[in-house]
Design a protein around this ligand. Structure first.
Ligand SMILES: [Zn+2]
Ligand SMILES: [Zn+2]
Length: 351
């Protein structure tokens, strides 16, 4: 006789602990209800969340650029974990390890339909108030926002895929090509990833600048062909680089770097820029037909980021310098400020 009794599905969690930002300097760990899954949603048990510069801005100032925190919001946008439940129409199997793409656009406007969902006019991003972020034990997201991870990337390291996608997109926007001489300004987590991706894209020379010698040492370890501490050394006086990727967002750094670019070269602003700046050497750009372009988040970059990390072409783990349990999220977002030797700090919501 065959039994018709099915084994009971494991009960899903109903509460999730989350790091909720209430105001500048006020990050609290709180239990929230796990949201109901829609047919195209998945529920993720979050393994790790990377702390980004934007999280540090929200924590320190209650704002990031022009976006202001006006209501309690879960922090964070760099997550990976394991799918533990999926809606009936979600094409992701339970048990799949995934990286989460935090901003996938509205999906229906002309910009999204052209494929440029990163610059959708109405799109939201996890962790950009008022949209809740990912620093939580259990996270509901649309299935279209997750990207499966191969076995060679564990879900904790998988939280590095989001910043790596930023770097992949930046190098694509920069049009780095075979044999290029590339200058990367800023050796924070993004600069260190950009330098590696630029090399993977065929750059013959990748010089990284910063004012922090510890960071520059990591850049050299990760394959930069040259490093320069711009607190003590100046940039070349003659135009030598084909491409500059600015990962500082500091206007003076960008303007100085522009003058190192060869005629018909290209400068890409990757670091978060101030709303308006003075001093742009516009005449110089025009005189030598140097292109000045920008990069914002990424579009279609997660698959390449995953492939580059999976094969080891890009070292994501060397950039991780700290791991904190969820109830120490406030310490985690301050760690890179209090100890400048930190690069990427992770929050582990399951610990
Ligand atoms: Zn980020
Ligand atoms: Zn859209």
């Amino acid at each position: 006789m065959t039994s018709t009794i099915e084994p009971a599905a494991p009960a899903l969690p109903t509460l999730t602990r989350a790091a909720v930002l209430h105001g500048a300097g006020d990050l609290r760990t709180t239990d929230l209800d796990v949201p109901t899954l829609g047919p195209t949603d998945v529920l993720i048990q979050v393994a790790a969340v990377g702390v980004c510069g934007s999280d540090m801005h929200y924590y320190a100032h209650g704002r990031n650029g022009t976006n202001v925190l006006r209501q309690p919001t879960v922090l964070g946008h760099e997550a990976a974990g394991t799918v533990i439940a999926a809606g009936a129409a979600a094409d992701v199997a339970v048990g799949t390890a995934v990286a989460v793409e935090p901003a996938v656009g509205c999906g229906t406007c002309p910009t999204c339909r052209e494929g440029n969902y990163n610059v959708c006019l109405t799109g939201t991003c996890f962790g950009s108030p008022p949209t809740h972020g990912v620093m939580t034990q259990y996270l509901r997201v649309p299935a279209r926002a997750v990207h499966p991870l191969p076995d060679s990337i564990d879900p904790v390291s998988g939280s590095m895929i989001e910043p790596l996608a930023v770097a992949v997109w930046a190098v694509q926007r920069a049009q780095v090509g075979l044999g290029h001489r590339v200058l990367v300004t800023g050796a924070g987590p993004i600069g260190l990833l950009v330098a590696q991706v630029a090399k993977a894209a065929g750059a013959a020379e990748v010089v990284v600048t910063d004012i922090n010698d510890d960071r520059l040492a990591v850049a050299a370890e990760l394959g930069a062909t040259g490093i320069s501490n711009t607190a003590t050394a100046s940039l070349p006086e003659t135009p030598v680089y084909d491409r500059v990727l600015d990962c500082t967002g500091v206007p003076g750094v960008v303007w100085a770097a522009i003058r190192t670019v060869r005629p018909h070269g290209r400068v890409t602003v990757v670091g978060q820029a101030a709303p308006t700046v003075d001093g742009l050497p516009l005449g110089y750009l025009q005189r030598y037909e140097i292109d000045l372009v920008t990069a914002f988040r990424y579009a279609h970059a997660f698959p390449a980021a995953i492939a580059l990390a999976a094969t080891g072409i890009i070292d994501i783990n060397r950039i991780i310098t700290g791991r904190f349990p969820l109830d120490q999220a406030a310490q985690a977002v301050q760690a890179p400020v209090t100890d400048p030797r930190h690069l990427k700090v992770l929050v582990l919501p399951q610990s």
